[in-house]
Design a protein around this ligand. Structure first.
Ligand SMILES: Nc1ncnc2c1ncn2[C@@H]1O[C@H](COP(=O)(O)OP(=O)(O)OP(=O)(O)O)[C@@H](O)[C@H]1O
Length: 370
């Protein structure tokens, strides 16, 4: 079970010498606009996966007067994770003192779900965001998946270069590549399809409560016409792919559509209802992964549970809906970090979790309330 027991953040945006003990239940960070609340959640995200949820760049994350930042999380039995990232591009990620070449082990040990304004992109943005959401679950449930996905991505990128080169031996070279791509693509497709189907069942239960009376269906789009084998699709579309210089079909084009009572969700739900749907999707996904991955925890220790980072839950949600989300999160038993301008916006949260801590955020400094 992922729980950050102690968190240190320094030189990250406006955060300075933050060193706080966190509760294994609810943690509530309140403070004025611009005090550093979102930055705190952002720092945990950067620690977990190496990138922010606000920008792809490193520069804006480093305090404007500094050249690097430090983030450290003590997860008790699950280990200690430390990260130093510099403007120069230097990266030092350590797990239990051991230098890591990539984020694979850290991401598996510190799984997160973020609920914030950017989360609307899950419904309103392009397919890449939904693929990433789905792949997060497949990665945690099936650990060989990441390797397959990386090999497939490399294969597609190589195939696209070949398509553009149009050399004399093009067809022979494509024949060779397509065999491997077809196998990888088929296996990625099946893993995603199975996970989405199982997840859909779990989502129904949450949606019944968050959007009563609405029927939710997730429609999976594989990225090609799955009536046909992927190998055949690659072959039959080859001349078109050559014309466009790009592979037009495959799991790299996969997506899923979320329908509510038969209509695309974004077309019929209000802003608040969309936010409830997003909260439902993320909470259900955390729960799904927890139940599905109990036996395949990479770190090999304890029960798997993700941490929820909830930024400004109050915006767009009325009191009754806020309470529904908070109750669900309390029932999940997961560690949650909430931000709010006024602590009273989250009064229900401190009432509902017997393990709750409150912190005051001001000018990049964070102090527990006594
Ligand atoms: N690289 C940086 N160096 C120093 N300060 C920065 C840097 N990047 C952002 N800031 C400042 O850090 C502060 C923290 O912003 P943050 O988004 O965390 O605030 P917040 O408490 O979540 O506010 P809100 O309630 O408005 O969402 C802001 O005042 C911002 O201008």
């Amino acid at each position: 079970m992922a729980v950050i027991q102690r968190l240190m953040v320094d030189r990250f945006r406006n955060l300075e010498a933050v060193d706080i003990p966190l509760s294994s239940g609810f943690n509530i960070f309140s403070g004025k606009n611009g005090s550093g609340k979102t930055s705190l959640l952002e720092s945990i995200h950067v620690l977990s996966v190496g990138r922010s949820f606000r920008t792809h760049k490193i520069d804006p994350l480093v305090n404007r007067d500094q050249s690097d930042f430090l983030i450290f999380g003590n997860l008790g039995d699950q280990g200690r994770i430390g990260l130093v990232k510099a403007r120069s591009g230097r990266n030092e990620l350590k797990y239990d003192g051991e230098q890591q070449r990539n984020w694979q082990l850290v991401a598996a040990t510190l799984p997160l779900q973020v609920l914030n304004t950017e989360s609307f992109q899950l419904l309103e943005g392009g397919g890449k965001i939904r693929r990433r959401f789905l792949d997060w679950a497949v990665f945690h449930v099936e650990h060989s998946y990441l390797e397959d996905w990386r090999a497939y991505r490399r294969g597609i990128s190589h195939r696209n270069s070949l398509l553009k080169s149009a050399g004399a031996t093009l067809n022979a070279q494509l024949d060779a590549w397509d065999v491997e791509l077809a196998n990888l693509g088929q296996s990625i497709h099946l893993s995603r399809k199975d996970v989405l189907q199982a997840f859909g069942g779990m989502l129904k239960d949450v949606v019944n409560e968050f959007l009563p009376g609405r029927e939710i269906v997730l429609e999976y789009k594989a990225g090609w016409d799955t009536e046909l084998e992927f190998a055949r699709v690659l072959k039959e579309n080859r001349s078109r792919d050559v014309r466009y210089g790009i592979t037009l079909n495959g799991p790299h084009r996969a997506d899923f559509v979320i329908k509510v009572n038969g209509v695309v969700a974004t077309e019929i739900l209000s802003r608040g209802q969309l936010k409830m749907l997003i909260c439902g999707l993320k909470i259900a996904m955390g729960r799904f992964v927890e139940l599905s991955s109990a036996s395949v925890n990479v770190a090999g220790t304890g029960q798997y549970k993700c941490i929820y980072l909830v930024d400004d839950l109050a915006s767009e949600l009325d009191q009754a809906n806020r309470e529904k989300v908070i109750s669900r999160l309390a029932a999940s038993g997961a560690q949650c970090l909430f931000t709010a301008v006024e602590a009273k916006d989250l009064e229900t949260a401190s009432e509902l979790s017997d393990r709750s801590s409150k912190f005051h955020v001001e000018h990049g400094k964070i102090q527990p309330y006594q």
